[in-house]
Design a protein around this ligand. Structure first.
Ligand SMILES: [Zn+2]
Length: 387
């Protein structure tokens, strides 16, 4: 079995579920089991590495490869965490092979990318090819929720010239993706006995008026000028909470909003546009009784111009065994490449698997793609100075 597949099986069996803001179950949550495993691999490899605590039980792991002669340093970035497993209908942490696929949580997103990058990195360190580039390998935490891992990674201090983020892109060279901002809107009112509702002020009704306006705003966004690769921006309300009991007029109601940004849009401008729309359309009394929470996700989009100067080299380096260059494209989901690019590091996204299988009840990956990705990453890094 190829070492990338052996590694993937090991990684699936080590739970690294992101608690996503919920209570922590020490048996499966947080990334430390995976971090211990990766650290062990790096120690055996004999490279310089650093384990940096981001929060308790959650450490980024960095490792360096110094090439024989190269000025370029490429950051390889893959996240250690997975989404939760409650909705799965297969054993999440028991890798199973069937029909050329490997099943289990993280098999697609993104332990396959971790395995492909790690095994390419190991081969690079062992073989030290003459035309290789310098590499900073980064295994980050908390990608699936608040991106604290990639935020803690100060790429500028590590002098990288280009970043490659592993996510399931079906081996497309992704140069552009949407960003996201998520925040709450709270509506307040006045509670009273439900038999005399005229004495109260119903916060759920108020939120109903807000919701219908947000629906209109979302329609306007869908019809706005689209990004060439990514289409128009979007807005979706995904959660609502309110009221204590059916016999009490509710004094509070809150919703959670997911606003997807296209390149060129800022978090602040997107939120301001929502605020302005509500201010214009709601009664002054309603507008006074709603409040915007601080966003807990503010992930910039990745603009297609970020890594233009490196695209030809990337396409040549990541060429398929049959001689086909990876197609260039965009994806609607966000990745750590957005925040890294915003901090000035040119970035692309590349990896095995299809996002359609990520986060699913029976998550799987085509095993041949994992091997292919590992070999293509190695080819890219080994020939960078000649590509
Ligand atoms: Zn991912």
């Amino acid at each position: 079995m190829h070492s990338a597949l052996k590694t993937l099986g090991d990684l699936i069996s080590l739970a690294s579920v992101n608690p996503m803001g919920q209570a922590i179950d020490s048996g499966i949550h947080l990334e430390h089991r995976v971090t211990d495993y990766l650290e062990d691999r790096l120690r055996k490899l004999g490279v310089k590495y650093q384990r940096m605590e981001v929060s308790p039980g959650r450490d980024n792991l960095l490792a360096w490869y110094e090439a024989p002669s190269s000025g370029t340093r490429i950051l390889l970035d893959a996240h250690q965490d997975t989404v939760p497993v409650e909705t799965m209908n297969i054993p999440p942490f028991e890798p199973r092979i069937d029909g050329g696929r490997m099943y289990g949580r993280g098999s697609c997103d993104v332990k396959s990318g971790v395995a492909a990058m790690l095994t390419a990195f190991e081969k690079l360190v062992q073989e030290r090819p003459a035309h290789s580039c310098n590499v900073l390998m980064a295994f980050t935490v908390d990608e699936e929720y608040t991106h604290t891992g990639s935020s803690a990674l100060s790429v500028m201090d590590h002098q990288c010239d280009l970043g490659i983020v592993a996510e399931p892109t079906q081996m497309q060279l992704v140069v552009s993706h949407k960003g996201a901002v998520r925040w709450k809107i709270m509506a307040s009112g006045r509670a009273c006995h439900s038999s005399t509702p005229h004495l109260g002020d119903n916060a759920i009704y108020r939120m109903g008026r807000v919701l219908s306006l947000l629906g209109e705003h979302a329609c306007h966004l869908a019809g706005s000028t689209p990004d060439e690769l990514l289409g128009p921006p979007s807005l979706s309300v995904g959660r609502i909470t309110g009221g204590q009991s059916v016999n009490i007029v509710p004094d509070s109601c809150s919703i959670e909003i997911d606003r997807r940004l296209i390149p060129g849009e800022s978090v602040e401008a997107a939120m301001d546009a929502v605020r302005e729309y509500l201010k214009e359309k709601l009664s002054p009394n309603d507008f006074e009784k709603i409040e915007f929470g601080e966003p807990w996700v503010r992930m910039p989009a990745l603009g297609s111009g970020s890594a233009t100067a490196f695209l030809e080299k990337l396409q040549n380096g990541l060429i398929a065994p049959n001689g086909q260059k990876p197609p260039i494209g965009g994806v609607p989901y966000g990745t750590d490449a957005g925040p890294l690019a915003q901090r000035g590091l040119p970035c692309v996204v590349f990896g095995p698997g299809n996002i359609a299988q990520a986060h699913t009840e029976d998550e799987w990956i085509e095993m041949s793609e994992v091997v292919d990705a590992s070999e293509r990453f190695f080819h890219l890094l080994a020939h960078w100075e000649g590509a």
